[in-house]
Write a protein that binds this ligand. Structure first.
Ligand SMILES: *[C@@H]1O[C@H](CO)[C@@H](O)[C@H](O)[C@H]1NC(C)=O
Length: 154
């Protein structure tokens, strides 16, 4: 037989669960982590801004990555992998100078536009982004999550 106390505990749990469900939609800042947390990457990334958030399937989304470099980047590539759970759903390589003004020095922003197919299921995704230099050396490697909403609102 459920006591009053255990019923109250259940209610509290339900309230916590409800808050957790609401959190992703309410969060604004996106956490970025380095692929290798022990590595000192030459290019530092401080944050990502996603617009719209959640991303709408079949519509262009903008990922603005705030970064910092000591050495000017004249040339390079951005290697992007998008993962849905354990599946790679999208991969592409972009010219870094198409996403920022080259040479990039000091604080700079990589503005990356991405359209994922309209059939992309809603849910939580992870983007892995590698910044490669002139001779394919790894300047940085980050990952961050984003979510895709249900139907495109208009
Ligand atoms: C992303 O960066 C571009 C170019 O700097 C800017 O025009 C745009 O407003 C930014 N978008 C967001 C969501 O910060």
């Amino acid at each position: 037989m459920a006591s009053k106390q255990s019923r109250r505990r259940l209610l509290a749990l339900a309230a916590v669960a409800a808050c957790l469900l609401l959190l992703p939609a309410a969060s604004v800042a996106t956490d970025v982590s380095y692929c290798d947390k022990h590595k000192d990457y030459p290019v530092k990334v401080s944050g990502v801004k996603i617009d719209p958030d959640p991303v709408e399937p079949g519509k262009a989304a903008t990922f603005n990555i705030s970064a910092y470099t000591d050495k000017p980047i004249e040339n390079g590539k951005l290697v992007i992998d998008v993962k849905y759970f354990f599946f790679y759903v999208h991969s592409e390589t972009r010219d870094i100078c198409g996403e920022t003004t080259c040479p990039a020095t000091g604080d700079f922003v990589l503005s990356h536009q991405q359209t994922l197919p309209g059939i992309t299921p809603p849910g939580s995704y992870t983007i892995y982004m590698k910044i490669l230099g002139d001779s394919n050396e790894e300047l940085s490697c980050i990952s961050f999550g984003f979510s895709i909403g249900w139907v495109a609102s208009s």
